[in-house]
Design a protein around this ligand. Structure first.
Ligand SMILES: Cc1ncc(C[n+]2csc(CCOP(=O)(O)OP(=O)(O)O)c2C)c(N)n1
Ligand SMILES: [Mg+2]
Length: 663
């Protein structure tokens, strides 16, 4: 649409006359909720102006009835996901307006103890987050949980029309449609995305967007309240009874600035919508004078009488990572099987234990690009979910499911494409526990084959762990054919933080390591602890710290390394990369001060730098080298790929450099 067409359409909707008496008669308590929302929002702006509040706020003044009309048709067990403009949605769904006020004032009595503040709210049945569209796929996961466990519940995801610019919205609509989820997409169409008018940012039709995904489409607005309430009711009933998704386009207008005072819109335009604003019109009828006054007084009294109390450092600064491991060591006895088979079996056990297994092309007969899930969908068709190519959305789906109590394994077909999931891991999974004040967790397991050495070239061979290992409150594990991963998978059942599980393309096909004449193998500290391999007959003169498939290659290269470099290696293979536990490894330096840290990705800002900075604090005389991939896109051509990644030849070449420096 051109410039003013949207605006004119909204104006014509707003300026029609409606039967206020019957609206008051039929919807009095809903109107009171809307008044309450407005009073709370106005109180936030006052508190900011007085300097009594931190951060920012996006008020929904003018839009209150969207949340009210939706929540009116929901019940306690339905869920809502929301965005930055969430206060109205929150109050209408939970009625916890006092705890919302306290939250924004930073009080411990706030709904998230003052941690999340304005944009990050949680209560049973409700969550909001600030990054646009981030929670929409999580809503798919919640809806999937509701569908699989109850017969009559829905999840509503609110989004603004500016957020239709995010691809994640369409991935989520597609998932909701394909899986026939009771997921309701509620568009708050207020003509603006922050400062950008709709015609500048939105092409084509909103209705056709929904219909393209086969979503039942409803359209209404916040001026015709009777129509709004009835439409929301009808849409929610449709989703509840049919257990299918739908889309409601609610036209509305924000009367205040985008956040506190940023508003460049035409003043006359704002005045026009103020005049036709439903609450302002209802106020003018003088039928509700008392209601307005009472609510205003109630909110003001609450604010004036509340006592501040703040969360203390020691109540907040902790995480869910498995930081403590025991000092016990255990001999390792592996079955005579290939890693791929034991992994398949381990995941089968996890599905049997209630987990979902989610990913692209994982269904039988194909069974996954690397065949890890072969046979699983035939055994557990309801738990193994084949998905479209939507890494971000399926990660969100897994987060939503895991948040609702179903541990979920999400496969990212190639580790390279974990980048698509980055924001879901960072903005949702890693943060839920803390920002929602420990009221929920997101123990999703995101598993992916990393690494090269198969000639797949620059975009299908990378090892991106360094980009993910530093995400707070997200654990990272590396599977290796040095040890049967079944025990670790079982132990992960009780770990409440999100976890990334690295697998390795080349390692999959290897038989599990068996103790040989040269090396003994032990694991220290249980299934998350490092695996330590020590030479049997000789004293080591080099410690190698590595992980995953490369650890196996180094171990298999024991003799070759000795022959080519003179180094007798002992190997510490990290099972848990984040958090790593150095205690059992530091002991190894009593025997040797030579250290090589080998990682699969390039070394800049990588694991080697991280570990060295810690180790050097204990042993400042250590002679070390960081070995990793060359810092260039990985070439497909065999000869160049071999020279780009830590193959045994490449490792030997680098160890010889260490040797020349150490002599
Ligand atoms: C991914 C992301 N990009 C940018 C922002 C900053 N931002 C916050 S609100 C907003 C506008 C959203 O517009 P719309 O979806 O129409 O919602 P409205 O503010 O109109 O309710 C922007 C750009 C953000 N929060 N998240
Ligand atoms: Mg908008």
């Amino acid at each position: 649409m051109k410039n003013t067409q949207h605006l004119e359409h909204f104006k014509s909707l707003a300026s029609q006359s409606y039967d206020n008496n019957s609206i008051i008669k039929n919807y009095l308590s809903d109107i009171e909720t809307a008044i309450l929302i407005r009073e709370v929002e106005n109180s936030f702006l006052n508190l900011f102006n007085q300097g009594d509040m931190n951060g920012t706020v996006h008020t929904c003044v003018g839009q209150e009835f969207t949340g009210v009309a939706i929540s009116r048709a929901l019940d306690k067990n339905d869920w809502v996901t929301s965005n930055h403009r969430c206060h109205g949605h929150f109050i209408s769904k939970t009625m916890k307006w006092e705890a919302l006020i306290d939250e924004l004032r930073g009080f411990k009595s706030g709904v998230c103890k003052g941690i999340g503040s304005s944009q990050h709210l949680f209560a049973e049945g409700f969550l909001s987050n600030g990054p646009q569209a981030a929670l929409v796929p999580v809503g798919c996961g919640i809806a999937k949980h509701l569908k699989d466990n109850y017969s009559n519940n829905v999840c509503v995801s609110f989004l603004g029309e500016g957020t239709l610019g995010e691809g994640l919205v369409y991935e989520s609509m597609n998932l909701a449609s394909i899986f026939s989820l009771p997921h309701i997409f509620v568009l708050e169409n207020n003509l603006y995305s922050q400062s950008t008018e709709q015609f500048r940012a939105l092409s084509g039709s909103i209705e056709l967007r929904a219909k393209a995904f086969d979503l039942e489409f409803y359209s209404t607005n916040t001026w015709d309240l009777d129509h709004l309430f009835k439409t929301c009711q009808e849409a929610i009933e449709y989703s509840k009874h049919k257990q299918k998704p739908c889309f409601i386009d609610i036209k509305t207008y924000r009367l205040n600035a985008h956040s506190k005072s940023d508003d460049d819109r035409d003043k006359k335009e704002i005045e026009f919508f103020k005049e036709y604003d439903s609450l302002n019109i209802l106020k003018k009828t003088n039928l509700l004078n008392k209601n307005f006054e009472n609510i205003k007084t109630k909110v003001a009294r609450y604010i004036n009488n509340s006592q501040p109390s703040y969360l203390q450092k020691d109540e907040y600064f902790h995480d869910q990572l498995p930081r403590k491991i025991s000092a016990k060591s255990k001999d390792v006895h592996n079955p005579d099987l290939r890693l791929i088979n034991v992994l398949n079996d381990a995941y089968k056990n996890e599905i049997e234990n209630g987990s979902y297994f989610i990913g692209e092309d994982i269904l039988d007969p194909y069974g996954g690009a690397f065949k890890v899930s072969k046979g699983l969908s035939e055994l557990y068709p309801k738990k193994v979910i084949g998905t479209p190519i939507s890494e971000a959305a399926i990660t969100g789906l897994g987060i939503g499911l895991s948040m609702m109590g179903n541990k979920s394994f999400v496969e990212i077909m190639f580790g390279d494409f974990l980048s698509y999931s980055f924001d879901q891991i960072l903005s949702n999974a890693s943060k839920f526990y803390h920002m929602y004040a420990f009221q929920c967790s997101a123990p999703v397991r995101i598993r992916t084959p990393m690494g090269g050495k198969r000639g797949y070239g620059p975009t299908h061979s990378q090892s991106l762990e360094k980009f993910f290992a530093g995400i707070d409150n997200v654990a990272m594990f590396a599977v290796t054919s040095l040890i049967d991963p079944s025990k670790m998978m079982k132990d992960l059942r009780t770990l409440d933080c999100p976890a990334i599980i690295l697998e390795n393309k080349v390692d999959y096909g290897k038989k599990l390591f068996q103790e040989n004449d040269f090396l003994s193998i032990q694991q220290i500290g249980g299934s998350y602890g490092p695996i330590i391999l020590k030479p049997k007959e000789m004293d080591p003169n080099l410690t190698v710290i590595t992980y995953g498939g490369t650890a196996r290659e180094v171990v298999d290269g024991f003799v070759e390394i000795f022959q080519e470099t003179g180094f007798i290696i002992q190997v510490a293979c990290l099972t848990c990369i984040n958090p790593y536990n150095l205690n059992p490894i530091l002991r190894l330096f009593n025997k040797t001060r030579n250290l090589a840290i080998i990682e699969d990705g390039s070394t800049s800002f990588g694991l080697g730098s991280e570990l060295i900075s810690e180790i050097i604090a204990y042993y400042n005389d250590i002679n070390f080298i960081k070995i990793g991939a060359m810092p260039y896109p990985i070439p497909s051509i065999r000869s160049l790929e071999d020279n780009s990644l830590p193959t045994i030849e490449y490792i030997i070449e680098n160890l010889n450099k260490l040797k020349s420096e150490s002599i």
